[in-house]
Structure formats: C-alpha cells, structure tokens
Write a protein that binds this ligand. Structure first.
Ligand code: CAA
Length: 253
C-alpha cells in the first residue's frame, strides 16, 4: 500500500493515512487502501483497539480529494460517495473500538472520518469543519448525519451552512472531540487510552459498541451529494479552490 501505513503494538493497531503532500486528502487510492487496511486489521484477532491518524504534523485528513472530484459526473460522484460511505461505515461498525488521533486539519471528509470513529482525541492545533457548501456540494461521507448526532442539529447546521472551520478548543466545547492535548502528547495519550480499552474484556467492549451503535442507527446521506455534480456551482467552487481564488460568487445554477 502506498498511502496507508499499518502498525501493531501489543493489542493495538494503528492505521496512518500517509499522503502528507496533499494533507492526507482522500483520493480513491487512499480510500481503497484504507478499506484494505481495515480488512487486514479486522482479520487479526489479537487486535482489541484501533487508532486512526494522519501522517505529518499539519493534517489529519483535509477532506475528499478536490482535484479528483472536480470533473466527476453525477454517476461518478454517486459511486465515489457510496464507496466513501461504505468505508466509513466499516469503521463505525468495526469489530473493536476505533480512536481518531486528530493531529491537525480534519475538514470535510476528514471531519467525517473522525466522526465515524468511536472516540476523537485532538491535538491543540487541530481544526475541524465541513467546508463543502463553499465548494458547491454537500458533505458526502456522512457529515450531515454524524455531526448532527454528535453536536446537535443547531450547531451542526451552523457549521455546515457557514462552512466555517473551528479550532480544537471549540470542538471540545461542543462535544465533537473527547479531549484536547498538546500535539507532542497526542499519540501517547491515545495509545494509553487504546491500551486501557484493550485491557478490558474484548467481547464485552465489542458488544457495548454494538449496543450503542444499534440505538443510534439512522440512514446516511441520500442523493444530494452526487446531485451537486450536475450544478455549475460545484465546478466553479472546486475550480476556485484549485486556482486559489478567494473571492467567490456562486451563480445558483
Ligand atoms: N483535496 C485535494 N488537495 C488538497 C486538499 C483536498 N481536500 N486539501 C489540500 N490539498 C492540497 C492543496 O491543493 C495543496 O496542493 P499543492 O501543494 O499541489 O498546491 C496541498 O494540499 C497543501 O495545501 P495548501 O497549500 O492549501 O495548504 P494551506 O496550509 O495553505 O491550507 C487547508 C490548508 C486550509 C487545509 C487548505 O488546504 C484547504 O482548505 N483544503 C481543502 C479543505 C476542504 O475544502 N475539504 C473538503 C473537501 S470536500 C469533501 O470532503 C467532500 C465530502 O464530504 C466527501
């Protein structure tokens, strides 16, 4: 795998998304290899807790890959959205707890990835947000559902409609993350938590996860994400990002 690293330490596995030049953005290759890595870890019965993080000091995951998405048709966007949602659902229903060690930007698909984990621990430099409507699309990997569930509909709507990012401290205040720690302590804190979980009865922990998840089960996004790819605003919004145009004027078409 070129974009994913997997490491095992005792009963804890760590998956690192390793595409730091693009701030670990989720290209199809990253999603495909992440899916593969999840299957590999799931098949290892010695793993009782999984940690998910991003390579480098700047970013957990800066979202879905905008350059790859820009020219997608409605059908291609539907397939991409479906695949992303399947991978994230695999994390949400993973047979043992998954902890996100959020070491920087967690935007769009990155915020959604963190939210598909059971627990989120953030470094002080972490930044969260759902910038999609500024790109002419909706959140596509579960953000509309999981954000509202975690922080309540009012704050979720504010974050999604304004597309404004929030800092780690605010993410903690609204319940988006469990804990905020200095960047240099992040992995130690997360590993300590993962090892603490791994010391408990794995079957009881897994059943607890299942019981909590079953109680929260709701449908994830429908067709809104892919329908955006039939709009001029989607092409325009993503072109503005790639061309670094700051002053955007959407045409509502
Ligand atoms: N997709 C593709 N490439 C990305 C990317 C993304 N989501 N985020 C960053 N990159 C690339 C940049 O294009 C840049 O590449 P080049 O060096 O080739 O120009 C490189 O990563 C470094 O990024 P910046 O130069 O922009 O770094 P910065 O420090 O100035 O800004 C940032 C960091 C604020 C995170 C900025 O990169 C940014 O706003 N990224 C996009 C965030 C975003 O909008 N995410 C949502 C994507 S849509 C989505 O996720 C849909 C969904 O729900 C499925």
């Amino acid at each position: 795998m070129e974009t994913i690293l997997v490491n095992y330490e005792g009963h804890v596995a760590t998956i690192t998304i390793n595409r730091p030049k693009a701030l670990n953005a989720l290209s199809t290759q990253v999603l495909t290899e992440l899916n593969q890595a999840l299957d590999e870890v799931a098949a290892n019965n010695d793993v009782y807790a999984l940690v998910l993080t991003g390579a480098g000091e700047k970013s957990f995951v800066a979202g879905a890959d905008i350059a790859e998405m820009k020219d997608k048709s409605v059908e291609e966007a539907a397939a991409y959205g479906k695949f992303g949602n399947e991978v994230f659902r695999k994390i949400e229903t993973f047979r043992c707890p998954v902890i996100a060690a959020v070491n920087g930007f967690a935007l769009g698909g990155g915020c959604e990835l963190a939210m598909s984990c059971d627990i989120r621990v953030a470094s002080e430099n972490a930044v969260f947000g759902q910038p999609e409507v500024g790109l002419g699309i909706t959140p596509g990997f579960g953000g509309t559902q999981r954000l509202a569930r975690l922080v309540g509909t009012g704050i979720a709507k504010e974050m999604i409609y304004t597309a404004r990012n929030i800092k780690a401290e605010r993410a903690y205040a609204i319940g988006l993350v469990n804990n905020v720690v200095p960047a240099e302590e992040l992995m130690a804190v997360v590993m300590k938590m993962a090892n603490g979980i791994a010391k408990n009865a794995p079957i009881a922990v897994a059943y607890s996860k299942k019981a909590i998840n079953n109680g929260l089960q709701t449908d994830i996004e429908g067709e809104e994400f892919s329908n955006c790819f039939a709009t001029e605003d989607q092409t325009y919004g993503m072109t503005c990002f790639l061309e670094k145009t700051k002053d955007k004027k959407f045409s509502n078409k």
